[in-house]
Write a protein that binds this ligand. Sequence first.
Ligand code: HEM
Length: 176
Amino acid sequence: MSNQTFPKRYHPIHVVLHWLVAILTIFMLAVGFLVFPNTPNAQEIQMLGFHRMTGILLGFLMISRLITRFVFKRPAPADAGHPLLNLVGKVVHFLLYVGVFAIMFAGGSLSRAYGLDNILQGRGVIPEDLFIYPQLPIHGNISYVLIALIAMHAGAAFYHQFIRRDNLLSRMWFGK
Ligand code: HEM
């Protein structure tokens, strides 16, 4: 038997990074759906510059949290009450990382393809139809996958908290 000891919670730095990433990801998804459903006009293109900057910040936060995830000790694996559910939980966590990185790369590639930098500096024109770039539907479809993953993940957290009553949320919060 292993005599490994597990902390009760994730490290506070990892907790801060988790919630920053969570807020920023949900914010980015909301902005994407509310502000950029179509090819952007001149005003929206300025906001796309901001969207891209926020995406780059999210990338740095994701890399930092990947580091803190492996550097600091983690609590014992959560028990959802069935081995299959525990496996699904692990897979969803993994896919959340993959999904956030994938949507960022697709977005970055799209902005390079149509020359967002040049447009923002007044040296280019907004393409008539951004949908000619395959990166756009890729970026958009990953956002649906991410929404489904976040819904499953948050649903699982509330299932633990309120149905299994194991106070799982406290593991991703501060305390002794
Ligand atoms: C309302 C939104 C959210 C809630 C309530 C929530 C809650 C939690 C909780 C309670 C844990 C700890 C699970 C455990 O102890 O085993 C956790 C871990 C985790 N969360 Fe969230 N979360 C949310 C949003 C997000 C988002 C948006 C992402 C990614 C973009 C995310 C990615 C992760 C990952 C990957 C883990 C596993 C630990 C790690 O590698 O950091 N979460 N979350």
